[in-house]
Design a protein around this ligand. Structure first.
Ligand SMILES: Nc1ncnc2c1ncn2[C@@H]1O[C@H](COP(=O)(O)OP(=O)(O)OP(=O)(O)O)[C@@H](O)[C@H]1O
Ligand SMILES: [Mg+2]
Length: 262
């Protein structure tokens, strides 16, 4: 079980403040849905959780320890699309991460270890419903199957924290519903903590145990560079009544659809 703390986090790019004063104590095994207008810094926030970007100020801690400066296997990620390797089969795509991880120490995997690794990959592919497609290439898969593959690829390394940046945004509603069920099952089965950015409020409410909205309080043109987005809503979805959820949805909906650049 993994606890994440975000302490007074700020991010500036070339003098433009994007995120400011973000403080979050994230309980173990939380599913945090993140919403907010386009350009408010949601992906930047995820990139800081991954160590792809360094905070300008403040800190992120996982189980009390500061984040390593580089991405590590404790944090997995799934993007909206194109995160799988087109020249590798489904099975090879999942095995690839393990081979790279092992090769740092051992060169490529051999013998019994290699067989065990491939069995682990087959197990994950079964979990996400792709075992029958294991010898296909990504171009032969539907969008939903490619995202299942991207999820399998992230999960094979057993991350403590899974970061999802609009992972289901390009999928048809029916496929999206199937993958929601899969995601909820995988969340239940693992102890991981998930941060998911989405523009789909219904998705945010359906999957999240807690909903965070980012937005700017100050939006006048002369204030734009000086002030960033921060947490404007923080709703414990797992404890909210149906009425509270409806009210929160009504309050947040108009703000999420607006663009931060306007
Ligand atoms: N590497 C960078 N260098 C300079 N500015 C950046 C960089 N990355 C992001 N930004 C700026 O930071 C702001 C937030 O970008 P970010 O991609 O995090 O927004 P977002 O909330 O994910 O938007 P969207 O909903 O459209 O995906 C934008 O103004 C963007 O131009
Ligand atoms: Mg983004």
């Amino acid at each position: 079980m993994t606890q994440v703390s975000v302490v007074n986090l700020w991010k500036e790019f070339e003098g433009q403040v994007v995120i400011e004063r973000v403080n979050l104590e994230v309980a173990p095994h939380s599913f945090i849905s993140i919403v907010g207008p386009s350009g408010c810094g949601k992906s930047t926030f995820l990139r800081m959780l991954l160590s792809q970007e360094a905070p300008t100020r403040g800190a992120i801690r996982i189980d009390g320890k500061s984040l390593p400066a580089e991405p590590t296997e404790q944090r997995g990620v799934v993007f909206q699309r194109y995160s799988v390797f087109p020249h590798l089969t489904v099975l090879e795509n999942v095995a690839f991460g393990l081979e790279v991880a092992a090769s740092r120490l051992l060169g490529r995997l051999f013998g019994a270890r290699r067989r065990a690794a491939f069995e682990g990959c087959r197990g994950i592919l079964e979990e996400v419903g792709l075992d029958a497609a294991r010898d296909k290439y990504p171009a032969q898969l539907s969008g939903g199957m490619q995202q299942r593959l991207a999820i399998a690829q992230a999960l094979i390394k057993k991350p403590k924290v899974l970061l999802l940046d609009e992972p289901f945004g390009a999928l048809d509603p029916g496929i999206r519903n199937d993958i929601h069920q899969l995601m909820l099952r995988l969340f239940d089965e693992t102890g991981m903590t998930v941060f998911m950015v989405t523009h789909d409020l219904r998705e945010a409410f359906k999957l999240g145990t807690r909903l965070i909205a980012f937005d700017r309080y100050r939006t006048r043109p002369e204030e734009r560079e000086l002030y960033g987005a921060t947490v404007t809503f923080d709703i414990p979805l797992d404890r909210a009544t149906a009425g509270e959820r409806r009210q929160a949805m009504d309050e947040i909906a108009p703000r999420v659809s607006a663009s931060a650049d306007l």
